[in-house]
Design a protein around this ligand. Structure first.
Ligand SMILES: [Zn+2]
Length: 140
């Protein structure tokens, strides 16, 4: 593994990414709960696929992923670290490819995936998710 740049900024980014139950995730869960929705957290939507969704609506088949701006290459916050730029770029590109792969596997299995950026307002994201979940619950 390449030597990592370990400025406080990078360390903060890394720790933010690795932690579960981030602020946005908790705020999102509170809003969804307040909207009367029930869900499970940190589960794999598909058996045999090692991808964990942050929030899951089983009957509606909706999987929510809260993506960290740095690690998933948010277009609004795409500041690339200068040191070890190739190393970071490769890592972030790999994450993005993995995200796309997860989404297509879920779609193939009849799931909808919702991606929420870490920087988004939780209330707006919760609204978007509620609409989708209720819509998918409706009998065809
Ligand atoms: Zn962002």
């Amino acid at each position: 593994m390449a030597p990592l740049e370990t400025t406080p900024t990078i360390r903060a980014r890394m720790s933010r990414q690795r932690s579960r139950d981030t602020d946005i995730e908790m705020a999102l869960r509170r809003s969804l709960h307040a909207a009367g929705l029930r869900y499970r957290v940190h589960r794999r939507p598909l058996k045999g696929v090692r991808r964990e969704a942050d929030i899951l609506f089983g009957p509606a088949r909706v999987a929510v992923f809260v993506d960290g701006c740095f690690w998933h290459g948010c277009p609004e916050h795409s500041t690339w670290p200068r040191n070890n730029a190739d190393f970071w770029r490769e890592k972030i590109e790999k994450n993005r490819a993995r995200d796309r792969d997860t989404d297509s596997r879920l779609a193939e299995a009849g799931w909808a995936s919702v991606r929420v950026w870490e920087h988004e307002a939780a209330a707006a994201a919760a609204e978007r998710i509620s609409v989708l979940v209720r819509d998918r619950r409706r009998p065809a």
